[in-house]
Ligand binder design. Structure first.
Ligand SMILES: *Cc1c(COP(=O)(O)O)cnc(C)c1O
Length: 394
């Protein structure tokens, strides 16, 4: 790690070379997968005195791994944090963050459009087993947070943009409120990736990524990531990851490193395609509205420009028509496959609200007919013509 600082100026240099120590791996341009559970020591003093922060000392695979460490160094650098931690899934990262930021009786403020299983964890497990309370807020207005934060609030959970209706939260303003109440701000940054948004710079405390999405990028792994700027918080999260056992495996970490190398060029293409698709949909007579923060018609476009430098391939839209007609559109698509995830090379379609009741739909801000699509890398013209044919079916 002689002179890595020069790589920090550019995200492209970070994803290509930062954190790698070619001289330790026979100058291989790609680091090995340390498919290894255990490292041994010459003496017991060596074992008992070893410093876990030393990049050349490893002990046991549930604590750290050299391949995983390269990935973590890259994400920490991209997010401008002091450290990052890789997890076996996005949810392992999210739950470890909540368990670290909160204690029995904690109050959490969470945006209503946050990832469903995380909301279930907060209002289910945390309530039942830790006597925690959670207030769900829309989150577009800063007043939503001002009015719900209390002295018992330890954590504010954001997802900006959210991944169903693409509403944003003002990260800087929310972080200011959180600081006044000594609460931490957690934000799911999966949609923007570390390339298009750096929430730690805006005041957030914990950035979470589902690496199953753009960082992996090829729909062949499950993983998560946390990045933080406070060294003390980093040490706590590190310890809790060890105790809860959620570290990513070396094979997945290696795949994430590989995915990361092309992420910036991939998301630029996802964005270009998504913009063209969003404009096509917005001008289509059968489409009522399109939710995509890259569109100037997005109600929070100005905020988007202030805190993001881009958007990626995910969006949703509502048709002039029933949920049954939306099903017809989804099932008529040929290239867009029906599926829940996103962030890979492939185009996907999903109806996230199809089985919800009207009241829940209204709270979440999208009808039962809302269609979410991920624009993959199959080509802009092909995707638009697929949508055009499917919309012609209704
Ligand atoms: C997929 C997803 C998650 C969960 O990640 P897993 O790796 O499936 O646990 C969390 N947040 C968002 C926004 C997601 O899309």
């Amino acid at each position: 790690m002689s002179d890595q600082s020069r790589y920090l100026e550019s995200s492209k240099l970070i994803t290509s070379h930062y954190g790698e120590e070619y001289e330790h791996y026979y100058n291989s341009i790609v680091p090995p997968i340390f498919m290894n559970s255990l490292n041994v020591f010459d003496t017991l003093d060596d074992y008992y005195d070893f410093d876990r922060r030393d990049k050349h000392k490893y002990c046991y695979g549930r604590v750290q791994n050299p391949t995983t460490r390269i990935l973590e160094d890259k994400i920490a650098a991209l997010e401008h944090g002091v450290g990052a931690l890789a997890f076996a899934s996005g949810m392992a990262a999210a739950t470890t963050a909540v368990m670290t930021a909160c204690r029995a009786g904690s109050h959490v403020v969470c945006v209503r459009n946050a990832y469903g299983p995380l909301k279930d964890f907060l209002s289910g497990y945390c309530k039942e087993h830790m006597d925690m309370t959670v207030t769900f807020v829309a989150g577009e207005e800063i007043g939503d947070f001002e009015n719900s934060v209390t002295d018992a609030t330890d954590l504010i959970v954001l997802e900006s943009p959210s991944s169903l209706v693409f509403s944003l939260q003002d990260i800087r303003a929310v972080s200011k409120i959180a600081r006044e109440h000594q609460a931490l701000v957690y934000i799911d940054n999966t949609f923007c990736t570390s390339i298009y948004q750096q929430p730690l710079d805006l005041g957030a405390d914990i950035v979470m990524h589902t690496t199953s999405k753009y960082i992996g990028g090829h729909s062949d792994l499950i993983g998560g990531m946390l990045a933080v700027k406070d060294p003390e918080l980093f040490q706590k999260l590190n310890l809790h990851r060890e105790l809860m056992g959620g570290i990513a495996g070396p094979m997945e970490a290696w795949l994430m490193i590989r995915g990361l190398r092309t992420m910036e060029v991939r998301i630029a293409q996802h964005q270009q395609t998504a913009m063209a698709v969003a404009e096509f949909l917005e001008n289509h007579p059968k489409v009522k509205c399109v939710h995509y923060p890259g569109l100037p018609s997005h109600p929070q476009y100005e905020l988007m420009k202030r805190q993001q430098s881009g958007n990626t391939g995910l969006m949703s839209f509502e048709i002039h028509g029933t949920a049954e007609q939306a099903v017809k559109v989804a099932e008529s698509l040929k290239i867009f496959k029906i599926g829940v995830s996103w962030g890979g090379f492939e185009s996907l379609v999903f109806l996230p609200h199809l089985r919800l009741d009207d009241e829940t739909c209204e709270k979440l801000g999208g009808g039962r007919n809302i269609i979410r699509i991920h624009c993959g890398l199959e080509g802009t013209d092909a995707l638009i013509s697929d949508l055009e044919s499917a919309l012609a079916q209704i």
